[in-house]
Design a protein around this ligand. Structure first.
Ligand code: GDP
Length: 426
């Protein structure tokens, strides 16, 4: 992705999340100087496999696993400090030195215990299928202009005053929602006091840091979390996350201008999965859904929840190509399809007996669509050892060509296994 004209690249999920962005970011970070997380919170679990070690990173950019890379938690992220420091400590325990190469935006908002209580209470009535980590309520406070930001830790006396109102408000809401839980002002005050000396040395105007890096000829990777169909504007609302996961959100959430971005890589699985509630038009029937789940290890890396599994949906990916302005695709988990004799691909939908080539806006309509499938012959051979396109069976190459033609973006990478080296650069 990086070359003389491409210094700033965004990596986004182009389905419903869990596409394997962590692995792609890990591969691309080797060539980057700075890696930035720009949205979401500790609900995004990237899994990176190095040798026999599995690293699950929720809050820290997965670029941290490369020694020379500077990592940034951007202003668009909501920071869950306990998870963040837990991960930093775990990395240190496993011999990864992060000193001087991790920064947190001083404009980032904090996720507090009161947000988790509110999340749990509202999930009881709203049933979006959130991870319960307080991300949604933290974004609500951000947009309601009552959030507490990293910068507020510089003046703990003021932060404490803010807390009085926030805790009172949260407790009123909890009461209204019929929750027996209450947030404690004292515990929140102690938390901020404990956090300030650890967070503040890492706090910076990270938009400026990224801007300077780009001006100095450095390569910057902007790492998205979740996927296009979970974007709060473009996703299957209301079954979405609380931030803009699409590439436009990368500029805002990293604190740079959109003109600074040179390329956008969309990560897609060779099939489709989704966690949480909401429609999934290409959900496979039994036993294929179980087989995809088992072979692909499709269980949430944060929650352990089984993911719903189905066939590749070109309507979804075409849409993601458009709303992200994708300049390339990375197709992951091709190896998971190795044993299937036939592989259906959804080319478009039928909606109420009309053909439908674009994503419907209404979630009910998406729940009613009938996928139009074409069935591809499987290759029935292992692909995990392939390192170039020519190593792949002809049927697998034909499958990839078809995904590219249906999606409208060039396939730039194909991932054929969990390991770092199991990747084909096209
Ligand atoms: P992310 O949030 O988009 O990074 O996705 P997750 O980390 O939740 O899920 C990706 C999972 O798929 C991880 O367990 C990866 O190790 C695994 N993975 C990534 N690429 C491949 C691949 O090409 N083949 C297989 N079999 N697994 C992969």
């Amino acid at each position: 992705m990086f070359d003389a004209k491409t210094a700033c690249v965004v990596v986004v999920g182009a389905q419903w999340g869990d596409e394997g962005k962590g692995k792609l970011v890990d591969v691309l970070a080797e060539r980057a100087d700075v890696v930035v997380r720009y949205q979401g919170g500790a609900n995004a679990g990237h899994t990176v496999v190095i040798g026999d070690s599995h690293f699950i990173l929720r809050q820290i950019p997965s670029g941290i696993l490369h020694g020379g890379v500077t990592c940034v938690v951007g202003n668009g992220v909501v920071l869950e400090p306990e998870t963040f420091f837990g991960e930093l400590d775990e990395l240190a325990r496993r011999g990864i030195d992060t000193t001087g190469r991790i920064f947190v935006s001083d404009r980032a908002h904090l996720v507090l215990p009161l947000h988790k209580l509110l999340d749990a209470a509202s999930e009881k009535s709203q049933k979006i299928g959130t991870t319960g980590r307080g991300i949604g309520p933290a974004y609500e406070d951000k947009y309601g202009r009552r959030g507490i930001r990293v910068v507020d830790l510089r003046r703990l006396d003021c932060a404490r005053e803010l807390l009085v109102h926030r805790v009172q408000r949260a407790n009123r809401l909890l009461e209204l929602m019929g929750s027996p839980d209450r947030a404690s002002l004292e515990a929140h005050g102690e938390l901020l006091e404990r956090l300030a000396p650890r967070v503040l040395p890492l706090a910076a105007d990270t938009g400026l840091l990224v801007h300077r890096a780009l001006r100095g000829g450095k390569r910057v990777l902007l790492e998205g979390a979740q996927g296009a169909l979970l974007d709060v504007d473009h996703g299957t609302y209301p079954y979405v996350t609380s931030s803009n996961t699409t590439a436009g959100g990368a500029a805002v959430g990293a604190g740079i201008g959109p003109t600074a971005i040179d390329g956008v890589l969309g990560v897609v699985k060779a099939y489709t999965t989704r966690v949480g509630n909401g429609p999934l038009p290409t959900e496979a029937e039994s036993p294929f859904d179980e087989r995809l789940r088992e072979l692909g290890g499709e269980f949430g890396s944060v929650t352990g929840r089984p993911r719903r599994c189905g066939w590749f949906d070109a309507t979804v990916v075409r849409y993601a190509v458009r709303v992200n302005g994708l300049t390339g695709l990375a197709v992951t988990k091709l190896d998971v399809l190795d044993s299937f004799p036939e592989i259906p691909v959804c080319t478009a939908y039928r909606l109420d007996d009309q053909s439908c080539e674009e994503m419907p806006t209404e979630v009910d309509a998406l729940g009613r669509v009938k996928p139009i499938y074409e069935v591809h012959e499987g290759w029935r051979q292992p692909t995990g050892g392939a390192r170039k396109l020519a190593d792949l069976p002809a049927a697998a190459r034909a499958y990839l060509d078809r995904l590219e033609a249906l999606s409208g973006a060039a396939v730039r990478y194909v991932s054929v296994g969990t390991r770092r080296d199991q990747i084909i650069e096209v």
